[in-house]
Design a protein around this ligand. Structure first.
Ligand code: NAD
Ligand code: UGA
Length: 463
């Protein structure tokens, strides 16, 4: 049996350790966090995050071999293996502001480990970190005067929110990186052994430390790049009467391209894509590679353009003014099946419409509390309405901003009847039946598709 501790009970720490506990009944796993409210929620019937399948697993293992605690120091002292999954947001101050990763939480954790350890430990980087962070961590951890040696292993997490449990139960791959020294190899094997309890060995890949750290940033950069690429094409589709769904299908059937991650949208969101690419950009600049930095930065700039373009299209379609108009935004989460609103394009659209003095009503099945918190002072100007029918009642326009499946099967005839005419619908996720909506009477604007409008041809079309 190993004593495993995970520092950081967030979107990664909670679900990953729950699945690990379920598959490793012989190990004792403690998830610790300094956020008392979060830990209290993990101990309650109302978990702090919404993730399909999570409640059942937590209910099955909590109190058996999975414990949530705020006693960080005590559990560090007892641990054999420590996974660190604290947040690594974009640094907002000083050198590298707006690009570099803010590593203060990671470093504090490392120092806390040193302070409380009385035995050697394996420290696992689960957070997403700049390449070569492990080197700094080794310096901090091994500059102790207790004669203790700490191995640092990289084990980046590739789960996506909304499918976290499935991704963790049956991952495409698990990546573990460590030094090739005897001690490093032993530490690597200890981490591999944990995953081998449920992941087939051939899916557990091992690399050197730096490859492992860099693979995580690279994976996110490539995924986001695909979205920005198809979104760039969506802008061209709107000018040329090509249909982005058809284009994506046609190119995705080329097995070299593949069909996944080609859904054009109002933009990618989430806590990681933007921050990880900006971090990659910063690293390239730091290592004297401005051309490489510039190349990757365009992925983020294209995403910003897509969000801004969506709002411009709304404005231009609605006669260049939305001031005072009720607009129902369907979706606040950055993607379906999560309550997470971090960097959500829905909130970017919401803020832009508030700047235009629209009367915004925000509707989402799970994410309204987080949306309210994220909007801060601007939340006072927004109506939060879980019922999409009530949100649309009296609205001039609807915009679908999160691909919750339930938004595709609403009774749009009833919704149309309750709206101000001419009624507009903007599909930022291309999940609706546009032709049918047009037949109902809506003026329909979808990402990467020719608009379906009831006005005559002299009416200006959105650019
Ligand atoms: P999060 O903000 O949800 O959780 C991080 C937690 O760490 C917080 O609850 C915070 O209170 C805690 N924490 C910070 N400093 C601490 C300390 N000194 N001691 C104890 N607890 C501390 O973040 P997250 O979404 O879980 O992401 C964590 C890391 O995993 C990030 O590096 C992220 O890039 C990476 N990641 C995230 C996802 C995802 O889907 N969210 C997926 C893969 C990788
Ligand atoms: C992403 C990666 O998919 C994970 O592998 C990674 O572990 C994680 O980031 C991370 O490091 O945090 P996540 O952000 O949870 O996971 O969700 P994704 O499914 O990747 O979606 C990200 C955003 O892109 C969402 O806003 C989504 O709606 C959007 N998206 C996705 C599109 O607009 N089009 C697509 O085709 C796919």
């Amino acid at each position: 049996m190993a004593n495993i501790v995970c520092i950081g009970a967030g979107y990664v720490g909670g679900p990953t350790m729950a699945v690990m506990a379920q598959n490793c009944p012989h190990h004792r796993i403690v998830v610790v966090d300094i956020n008392e409210a979060r830990i209290a929620a993990w101990q309650s019937d109302h978990l702090p995050i919404y993730e399909p399948g999570l409640d059942e697993i937590v209910r099955a293992v909590r109190g058996k071999n999975l414990v949530f605690s705020t006693e960080v120091d005590r559990h560090i002292a007892e641990a054999d293996i420590i996974f660190v999954s604290v947040n690594t947001p974009t640094k907002m101050f000083g050198q590298g502001a707006g690009r570099a990763a803010d590593l203060q939480h990671w470093e504090k954790t490392a120092r806390q480990i040193v302070r409380n350890a009385t035995t050697p430990k394996i420290v696992v980087e689960k957070s997403t970190l700049p390449v070569r962070t492990a080197e700094a961590m080794e310096h901090i951890l091994n500059s102790n005067d207790k004669g203790l040696y700490f191995d640092v292993v990289s084990n980046p997490e590739f789960l996506a929110e909304g499918t976290a449990i499935r991704d963790m139960q049956a991952p495409d791959r698990v990546l573990v990186g460590a030094h090739t020294t005897p001690s490093g190899r032993k530490a690597l094997e200890a981490v591999v052994e944990i995953y081998a309890n449920w992941v087939p060995r051939e899916r557990i890949i091992t690399t050197n430390l730096w490859s492992s750290e860099l693979s995580k940033l690279t994976a996110n950069a490539f995924l986001a790049q695909r979205i920005s690429s198809i979104n760039a094409i969506s802008a061209l589709c709107e000018q040329t009467e090509a249909d982005v769904t058809e284009v994506a299908h046609a190119i995705g059937m080329d097995s070299r391209i593949g069909p996944k991650f080609l859904r054009a949208s109002v933009g990618f969101g989430g806590s990681c894509f933007q921050k990880d690419i900006l971090n990659l950009v910063y690293l390239c600049e730091y290592y004297g590679l401005p051309e490489v930095a510039h190349y990757w930065e365009q992925v983020v700039r294209m995403n910003e353009y897509q969000e801004a373009r969506f709002v411009s299209n709304m404005l231009s379609a609605m006669f260049n003014t939305v001031a005072g108009k009720r607009i129902a935004l369907l979706g606040a989460a950055f993607k379906a099946h999560t309550s997470d609103t971090r960097e959500s394009p829905a909130l970017a659209v919401c803020r832009a419409l508030l700047d235009e003095r629209a009367a915004v009503v925000l509707s989402d099945p799970h994410a309204l509390d987080n949306a309210r918190a994220d909007l801060g002072d601007q939340a006072a100007q927004v109506i939060f309405e879980p019922d999409p029918y009530a949100a649309a009642d009296g609205a001039y326009a609807i915009a679908v901003l999160t691909e919750w499946p339930q938004f595709a099967s609403l009774d749009y005839e009833a919704i149309f009847r309750s709206m101000v005419k001419p009624a507009f619908i903007f599909d930022g996720r291309d999940i609706l039946d546009h032709r049918r909506l047009f037949d109902i009477g809506f003026n329909v604007y979808a990402i990467g598709k020719p608009p379906l409008v009831h006005f005559n041809s002299s009416t200006p079309r959105p650019s």
